[in-house]
Design a protein around this ligand. Sequence first.
Ligand code: ATP
Ligand code: MG
Length: 587
Amino acid sequence: MLYKVRSAKYENYNIVHRTSNITHRTYLCPSMAEEKSLNFLEEIIENDLSAGRYNQVVTRFPPEPNGYLHMGHAASICLNFGLTKKYGGYTNLRFDDTNPSTEETEYVESIKQDVQWLGFEWKHELYASDYFEELYLFAIKLIRKGYAYVDDSNSETIAAEKGRPTQPGVNSKYRDRSIEENLQLFEEMKAGKYADGERVLRAKIDMAHINMLMRDPVIYRIKHAHHHHTGDAWCIYPMYDFAHGQSDSIEQVTHSICTLEFVPHRELYNWFIEKLDIYPSHQYEFARRNLSYTVMSKRKLLQLVNDKYVDGWDDPRMPSISGMRRRGFTAASIRDFCDRVGIAKRENVADLSLLEYCVREDLNKIASRRMVVFDPLKIVLTNYITENEIVNVEDNPEDVNGGFREVPFGKELYIEREDFMEQPPKKFFRLFLGGMVRLKGAYIIKCDEVIKDESGNIIQLNCSYIPESKSGNDTSNIKVKGTLHWVSIAHAVTAEVKLYDRLFKAEDPSNEEGDFKDYINENSLQIIDKVYAEPALKDAKPGEHYQFLRKGYFTLDKDSTVNNPIFNRTVTLKDTWAKELTKVDIN
Ligand code: ATP
Ligand code: MG
């Protein structure tokens, strides 16, 4: 069930969408950002600052370098960097690289590029693996205080002894080893004396604790693996919970923001800080950002890449930041989207159409206009005799400094095949036999004759043009309702275009029955291998944004060559799915 709520007060358009226990909330009001009240983290920070708890706010963005960043990470980036920008202080980029087997340098580089591209600057580039020595010393400190022990049990025994949420666990038979013995065994673990899994170091907390994570969690394990940053220096690696909070403390992070699944970890986070007596960072949680019609987990996105459903991490259909950049989304529009959606304490799925709305808003202001014909129909202006005429067409009517571009006109032109109809219905404002239209930035033309091949297919229209109707200097007094885009056949350049649709057919593929891949939209890519463009597009460069009149916003793809430029459609001009929204109940 989809509900639409309209609030006259803010002129906003608030779509609240409920499926099972998930709430979607979409704000389409440009002025909402100004009206917005503080989010819960801003409230906490303002209280902390006014109580004098901190001089400055320090946050961190802590990606594990095991994949490319996606839209969910963008939410976390905008939040962490946004808070320190707003309140003064700084944000570190910390690679949470304590797991040697899944991390790669390629990912580190892509993450840095993506954060910068989004428009944020980190204060320090840090690696949790740089703290391996300090973390190791923290572990020794815990052992010395009697808060950690080496356990020789295998992982099955440890799991079995943990008990169940409703049933207390059982103490390991190694739990009461002497401090000296623990120190020696831990030293031997570090020295490489044992094989993977032979021993672990565990915190000594409470095997009957109501929070399962507090039942003597493993804090160090043996892994004889090469690490992308520290090489072969270590064969024991700290577990996430032991590394993360302590890294926050070392960096004196004031507000450590993570997603909701870490709520039960907070108790352990605080336990380590208390027992180690180190800088008291605080953990706060917000709901993961999901986006409709896609998936938002690196593991799932990696499957799409490995199983070749998409053409790499930066496939323009991917919700990865690199994919969205390649598709032509702007950093400003992604920041705007994150700002509008805000942060929540409950699971939610943000509407893809809101993201597209933000993209259109931005591109409408910055994209240069171009004319490109996708499905050509030849027209010949029978009374046109001028040679080498150039018409000036506005580059971007939304931009006061936009200026005009020069477009060569000619006797033979292409228009879009669908812009002509032999038997036009009522209110068809485009071209038909005997009808008149304006060619954008040029003249009014009239269709005089339709030429067909032997099979009855229309192959050419013979038209006449009205010489005194030239745009900008029109003395013809003829009023026409339709304006068509066109290209001069003699001057047209050809290109390939790629049109994209949603990657998944289901709104929340991860929550559907069966495998999320069963819901892939097999029609998410349409390629038109030859379109005809005005010559100015020959000079298009990657990273530039264009509006192809009446077709959508486009950007040059990185696979383009001089002879075969490829344009990705970023987004259509209108929300093609908006019709669906009008079908719903309106409160
Ligand atoms: P994934 O499940 O995709 O691997 P992750 O949480 O394991 O995501 P990390 O690299 O560990 O990815 O995340 C770095 C930061 O980004 C963390 O602080 C994490 O909470 C945040 N983050 C990741 N995914 C989302 C999301 N969907 N919404 C909001 N924040 C996210
Ligand atoms: Mg992770």
